[in-house]
Design a protein around this ligand. Structure first.
Ligand code: ZN
Ligand code: ZN
Length: 84
């Protein structure tokens, strides 16, 4: 119950309860939000995220900024890629 996704709460997907790890992976793959894991520095997190989610920050970015504002502004993944 603790790890229900707040972004896709309106969908059945968001009502699924996940472990912390599953929730982190969900945020990264579905919403393009980097989540820092234990034993990871901020820089390592960013590096891993950009490798694992090549579409984050691009025209297919699924982050909350892009889905809400239709890619009309520089989003967080775009900024950490250095494109912003
Ligand atoms: Zn979600
Ligand atoms: Zn985005």
């Amino acid at each position: 119950m603790a790890n229900v996704c707040k972004i896709c709460t309106a969908t059945t997907l968001g009502k699924v309860s996940r472990t912390v790890e599953e929730h982190a992976r969900h945020l990264e793959s579905e919403h393009h939000i980097p989540v820092r894991r234990e034993n990871e520095t901020e820089a390592q997190c960013v590096e891993r995220f950009l490798l694992e989610q090549p579409e984050a920050g691009g025209p297919m970015c699924q982050c909350p900024t892009c889905t809400l504002l239709s890619h009309s502004t520089v989003c967080m993944p775009q900024a950490i890629r250095g494109l912003g």
